[in-house]
Design a binder for this molecule. Structure first.
Ligand code: NI
Length: 227
């Protein structure tokens, strides 16, 4: 399931994050890569244990926890502390699949990557190229979103970032371990959740049918979720 989540950060939030990270000490992006990824990747990244990455990452985490669409779509159990990367001057990231398990260095914090997330921190007008291309049974999706918008996609999908031929593409990226591991089950829950909310808005959340549907959502979640 590929889901666009608009307005995770507003303009002030994007400016705050960019103000923290733009002048920080960027390093070769291969610091976080698995072997196959390292062969394909050319970009820069903030060191994940830097104070700047942690501070900016906490701003992203706060925004995520306040975002109802993210919570409904991802059903997050654990979120890897957000990382930051940037691409300029022909930088790109060739086709790869994200590692299944991400372990935070010098800690026992680990996340199974059910979902990958890219939060765009530069506007499409700021750079050429740099599309996030996700391969799926639907073919290829080429994604470029306004600053502050995010896309969530299955970490199991082959994806790449096209070369940036002008300007700089800045983004935050991270992985989510969902309470519901199976992508198909998570999609059913998300669609049911959205439909229940639509119906509740029309007939009232306390209408007996709306109450039963809400109960069905939670009973499915109880059946499928690990918490
Ligand atoms: Ni990736």
């Amino acid at each position: 399931m590929l889901i666009a989540i608009p307005d995770v950060l507003d303009a002030a939030g994007v400016a705050r994050v960019r103000g923290l990270i733009d002048g920080a000490g960027w390093i070769d992006g291969n610091a976080s890569s698995g072997h196959q990824s390292a062969l394909a990747k050319k970009n820069e990244q903030l060191p994940e244990d830097s104070a700047t990455a942690r501070e900016a990452g906490n701003l992203v985490l706060d925004a995520l926890s306040a975002n109802a669409l993210f919570v409904a779509a991802a059903l997050p159990l654990k979120v890897y502390p957000p990382l930051f990367n940037r691409y300029a001057g022909g930088d790109a990231f060739g086709a790869h699949v994200d590692s299944a398990i991400r372990i935070r260095r010098s800690s026992d914090f680990r996340v199974r990557s059910d979902l990958s997330a890219t939060l765009f921190l530069a506007d499409p007008d700021d750079y050429d190229g740099g599309e996030l291309v996700i391969e799926g049974s639907f073919g290829e999706r080429r994604i470029k979103r306004p600053a502050g918008h995010m896309v969530l996609y299955p970490a199991s999908s082959v994806h790449r970032v096209e070369p940036v031929t002008r300007g700089t593409r800045v983004a935050s990226f991270f992985w989510v371990q969902s309470m519901v591991r199976d992508d198909g089950a998570r999609r059913i829950l998300f669609e049911l959740d959205q439909a229940v909310q639509d119906i509740a808005a029309q007939i009232g959340a306390n209408d007996p049918a709306a109450v039963r549907l809400t109960g069905t959502y939670h009973n499915l979640l109880r059946r499928w979720a690990e918490a």
